[in-house]
Write a protein that binds this ligand. Structure first.
Ligand code: ZN
Ligand code: ZN
Length: 252
């Protein structure tokens, strides 16, 4: 069984641990090391299981705790060289990968998939073991072909549902920032997320987790309602974090 521990998700920080058979990878470490360790305790994740920290892109809500956490857990940081060039993580063991080039780590087969975002070379990750596939895709202004294909095969899809169109338009952000968020190099809206889910529906059961919700431009209930209305999937079947400090474990 694969367990996906969503420890933090949103503009205040992102961190997910994917665990199977006593080995795990951490994807992003966008809150402090101290906070990550306490969230791991809260969710019952053993510190010894984490074998590497994989980074999607260089934005601080994904990397701020990466250096300290890598040192504390004694594990390497893995990202593409372009992303690494934007980071200053201090003294860490760095293992590079190339976007779209699959690699094996901690018993998982991992494929970094390109996203469309205002970062130097951002990635989503498709993580596979045995016959199970986990997609973690956030921080993308549009669905790329590769992510949509992965979404279709995923047993668990943790997918960005960043903003409600009306809340973003009517909200307090400056016009330039609103434009960036809504652009193809910004974030995925609730409607974009729902449409991608609808386009990739199949008979197989897929667990959906809405991720990286904006605390300014979105509300968990609104994101779930929008996705439910557009896809026809029952609201109860669509999960997301509900409040700051909330965590979740999904199993496949
Ligand atoms: Zn970002
Ligand atoms: Zn982000």
């Amino acid at each position: 069984m694969i367990e996906v521990h969503v420890l933090a998700s949103g503009s205040d920080g992102n961190c997910t641990v994917i665990e199977c058979d006593g080995e795990a990878i951490m994807i992003d470490a966008g809150v402090s090391c101290r906070k990550i360790l306490s969230l791991m305790d809260q969710e019952g994740v053993d510190r010894d299981v984490v074998k590497a920290i994989l980074l999607t892109h260089e934005h601080s809500d994904h990397v701020v705790g990466a250096g300290a956490t890598a040192r504390k857990l004694g594990v390497p940081v893995m990202c593409n060289p372009a992303t690494f060039s934007q980071l200053s993580l201090g003294n860490v063991d760095y293992i590079p990968f190339d976007t779209a080039d699959p690699f094996d780590v901690a018993g998982f087969h991992v494929t970094p998939l390109p996203t469309s975002h205002n970062a130097i070379e951002p990635n989503a990750f498709l993580t596979q073991k045995d016959d199970k596939s986990i997609l973690l895709a956030t921080d993308t202004g549009k669905m790329t072909f590769q992510i949509e294909a992965a979404l279709k095969m995923a047993d668990i899809a943790v997918i960005e549902s960043n903003y409600d169109n009306k809340m973003l338009a009517d909200g307090p952000y400056p016009v330039a920032l609103k434009r960036l968020i809504g652009s193809e190099r910004g974030h995925l809206s609730n409607v974009d997320c729902a449409n991608a889910i609808r386009r990739t529906m199949s008979d197989s059961a897929r667990q959906l987790f809405l991720a990286h919700l904006s605390k300014t431009n979105n509300i968990p209930d609104l994101a779930r309602d929008t996705v439910s209305e557009i896809t026809g999937i029952r609201r109860l079947k669509i999960d997301c974090l509900e409040f700051p400090g909330d965590t979740r474990t999904l199993k496949a």
